[in-house]
Design a binder for this molecule. Structure first.
Ligand code: NAD
Length: 415
């Protein structure tokens, strides 16, 4: 499969929304360009004494609605195009769930699996130093992304705090609780997806009690989707991981499947289940299908055969553009990734607020506030999809671009 250029993809999505919104050409051009992109050269002393130079980026797409927000990714495939695209998507994601942030994204070209703990820490701290002039609680607030965790976030907070002579947890989110992190962070994405499924079920007239749910990928996102939709009354009938897919039409206990996976290294072999192919898993008759693993899983050929009422995208980019049209024509509701998996950015916002006010909320308080943002984002997106007769993906973009535009119009252009 040819790799889709993320930046061209992001520009196309913006152009589609611009057409529906009849956006002025100059404003369209402004939104099609990140405000600032910083490229940094990072010399690191490796464990064997050599100096190796890495390249890092931070792209700040737009801040009309608030400080830039977005993760930091460590991966060999990090590129300026990818970082630009991801920073633009963050602008839209924050706008959809109405958290007062703009978009940003950062990354370092490296293979984190080939770095020792010490090398990774030196790289993280050098990167934090290199981007320190453009980040800050009111400027740009990074977070974890692929191959970065709370550990790196705490190190970045430490560098920034040392440089500014005061402890400043609000410079970054996704921190461990001990360093100012928020409760409910670990469940955020899965819980947010579950809230979206609940709202989607109301719209398509699906009773979640006994509804059949299939989840591809049983990692951080997938396991919490399973746990929370099960609490809402649904039945998990199929799950998968890298080792294979399993189905049991009678339903499987979400927590017991996780315990089995933890003990045996895979969901495959779970008592009472049958091993099936990926295609069989994705096309098995169900009410809700949740891709929670990789991108480009729902291809046109899978889309022709899927039999669900709701497709809730926990993973980023799981559906190909050709599949989108097929799914729309089949009248399946797609809850797009940019909305469905926004629980993380909602909790990031709530972590930042707690850091700024130096007062911390309980798990239920944080989850309740997140629910408010996601449910509103869902309902606003749904209303626009009906108004313009477009799928929820296009509607979410129209909502996002419209909100950014409103902020621009309120603030005006200076000079
Ligand atoms: P993870 O690594 O914890 O879990 C991924 C799961 O997918 C694992 O169980 C793995 O075995 C499985 N998997 C990998 N390849 C597979 C394949 N070919 N077939 C079936 N299963 C496969 O990752 P995660 O954090 O749960 O992220 C999953 C997706 O959700 C990604 O697309 C990620 O970008 C997206 N997402 C996650 C978060 C989050 O907070 N965790 C937030 C936003 C988006």
């Amino acid at each position: 499969m040819t790799k889709i250029d993320p930046w061209q993809n992001a520009l196309k999505q913006l152009a589609d929304a611009a057409k529906i919104l009849k956006l002025d050409a100059g404003i369209h051009e402004m939104l099609a360009n990140p405000k600032k992109i910083l490229t940094v050269s990072l010399p690191i002393k490796m464990d064997d004494g050599r100096i190796k130079v890495f390249t890092g980026y931070r792209s700040q797409h737009n801040d009309f609605r608030g400080p830039h927000k977005g993760g930091i990714r460590y991966h060999p495939d990090v590129s300026i195009e990818e970082v630009k695209a991801l920073s633009m998507w963050m602008t839209w994601k924050c706008a959809i769930v109405d958290v007062p942030f703009g978009g940003g994204k950062g990354g370092i070209i490296c293979d984190p699996k080939r770095l020792s703990a010490g090398e990774k820490e030196r790289l993280t701290r050098r990167y934090a130093y290199a981007i320190s002039e453009i980040i800050g609680p009111g400027k740009d607030v990074p977070a974890p992304d692929v191959y970065t965790t709370g550990k790196e976030m705490a190190q970045i907070m430490d560098v920034y705090s040392v440089m500014h002579g005061q402890t400043e947890p609000a410079v970054i989110t996704g921190k461990p609780i001990a360093a100012g992190g928020s409760l409910a962070r670990n469940v955020a994405t899965g819980l947010g997806v579950a809230y979206c499924i609940r709202e989607g079920a109301k719209k398509v007239g699906l009773n979640l009690k006994g509804a059949k749910v299939v989840i591809q990928g049983y990692g951080n996102a997938g396991t919490y989707v399973a746990e929370y939709v099960e609490k809402m009354g649904a039945k998990i009938i199929g799950v998968s991981d890298t080792k294979g897919s399993i189905i049991n039409p009678k339903g499987m206990d979400a927590k017991k499947v996780l315990e089995f996976k933890t003990k045996h290294g895979s969901v495959v072999g779970y008592p009472g289940s049958k091993k099936v192919s990926t295609e069989e898993l994705l096309t098995t008759p169900c009410d809700v299908l949740v891709p929670a693993a990789l991108e480009n899983q729902i291809t046109a050929s899978i889309a022709r055969n899927i039999k669900c009422k709701i497709l809730a995208e926990a993973a980023n980019g799981p559906t190909t553009p050709e599949a989108d049209d097929i799914i729309f024509n089949k009248k399946i509701m797609v809850i797009p990734d940019i909305l469905a998996n926004s629980g993380g950015v909602c909790i990031s916002y709530l972590e930042w607020v707690q850091n700024l006010q130096r007062y911390y909320w309980t798990f239920d308080e944080v989850a309740g506030k997140m629910e408010h943002h996601i449910v509103r984002g869902f309902n606003d997106t749904y209303a626009l999809s009906k108004k313009h007769n477009v799928d929820m993906r296009k509607a979410s973009m129209v909502l996002a671009v419209g909100r950014v535009l409103e902020a621009f119009e309120a603030r005006g252009l200076w000079p």
